[in-house]
Design a binder for this molecule. Structure first.
Ligand SMILES: Nc1nc2c(ncn2[C@@H]2O[C@H](COP(=O)(O)OP(=O)(O)OP(=O)(O)O)[C@@H](O)[C@H]2O)c(=O)[nH]1
Length: 347
């Protein structure tokens, strides 16, 4: 079962990496167009033209190789890192043949730095900066180490390199803020404010994946629909706040009976849904009965409030071959449990 959870995480990461890869591709083409335009408008010494053209051709071949040959079957951060190294090599080659540190193309390094900062995080961007700093020294044409380490040379290199460090710093901070914000927004849109568990939307995303895997590998999967039996009464007798406390305690009680890989969500109001991966009818009924008993023994709000739950259960593939069919089956069984007098499990 942990395989299932792991593969969910993997596919989410792959989705993110595919987005990153598209951004990197756009920046790579932008860099190519930049150097191409410079060349087309007569940039570079005539004796360096052949070198610039061969650099352009080699770089284009590299981009096409990365984009269209599917040499790398899966997206990975390593692939993006290799791409940024190729970009650095291309920029350095172009600078070498167009005036070195005085070349108007010197700011092309910013594209590499921004790519790295947006996609690869702080440490890799720091390494990228170190690589570019080395290229800077190479392009500086220093005759000896003494000349390089002289105070005026170091000052000059630092002054020229400082904007690159600043852009790297700002872009990395900006990118990690955006990532934090996106994660937070995603978390909020997929979880329930009151209880902190998944909401209907979050459940639908996860359940879709887990159900797809059950179908693909022909494994059992069960759904439990759980409804609180007297929340309206509790709200009327003790107030809405007490009802909220009851719902939170109810969630803790249910969670206490579930495994790490089971998925619990608030389906709405006082109704909850549980997805039990790789669980047959016998297992599902056992879990449902344990939940029913645990809630029956629970006393919420400082031992003053007691409640029970009714549970409907449906099992794949016996009761439905789609997730919707299973959920409807479990819902029908839940209402059957209600009409049979509540505080019971029905399959
Ligand atoms: N305190 C509180 N009450 C809620 C919340 N969401 C829904 N409710 C209340 O839950 C009650 C559900 O009512 P009913 O569907 O009649 O359910 P019940 O009183 O539990 O009785 P049965 O389901 O018929 O057994 C309603 O009064 C809703 O207002 C919530 O977040 N907090």
């Amino acid at each position: 079962m942990s395989d299932t959870v792991d593969s969910n995480a993997v596919s989410l990461e792959q989705e993110e990496l595919r987005g990153i890869s598209r951004t990197v591709a756009e920046i790579e083409w932008l860099l190519l167009v930049l150097v191409l335009l410079y060349y087309a408008f007569g940039g570079g010494h005539p004796e360096d033209k052949a070198a610039i053209v061969s650099g352009l051709l080699a770089y284009t071949a590299c981009i096409m190789g990365f984009r269209y040959t599917h040499f790398f079957k899966r997206e990975s951060r390593w692939k993006v890192a290799v791409e940024t190294w190729i970009m650095t090599a291309f920029v350095t080659w172009s600078l070498w043949h167009t005036g070195k540190l005085d070349s108007p193309l010197i700011n092309s390094y910013l594209l590499v730095i921004i790519t790295s900062a947006l996609t690869l995080g702080k440490i890799t961007t720091l390494l990228e900066l170190a690589l570019i700093a080395t290229c800077f020294v190479l392009l500086g044409d220093y005759d000896s180490i003494g000349e390089l380490t002289s105070l005026s040379s170091l000052g000059g290199v630092l002054a020229e390199f400082a904007p690159f460090i600043l852009v790297a710093y700002i872009t990395t901070m900006f990118s990690s803020d955006i990532r934090y914000g996106l994660n937070k927004a995603k978390l909020m849109s997929e979880s329930d404010d009151l209880t902190g568990i998944l909401n209907r939307r979050g459940f639908a995303i996860l359940a879709d994946r887990l159900f797809g895997q059950a179908v693909r590998y022909n494994r059992a999967l069960s759904i439990l629909m759980i409804d609180c039996d007297n929340l309206k009464q509790v709200n009327d007798d003790f107030g809405h706040k007490a009802g909220d406390v009851l719902l939170k305690d109810l969630v803790k009680s249910i969670q206490g009976q579930l495994r790490y890989t089971d998925v619990l969500a608030r389906h709405g109001g006082d109704e909850f849904v549980v997805l039990l991966p790789e669980t047959t009818a016998a297992g599902a009924l056992d879990v449902a009965e344990r939940i029913r008993r645990a809630v029956d023994q629970m006393h919420a709000g400082g031992n003053t409030i007691h409640t029970t739950v009714s549970i409907g259960c449906a099992v794949y593939p016996e009761e439905g071959r789609t997730l919707d069919a299973l959920m409807s089956g479990a819902d029908r069984n839940l209402y059957q449990a209600k009409s049979l007098g509540r505080n019971q499990v029905v399959r």
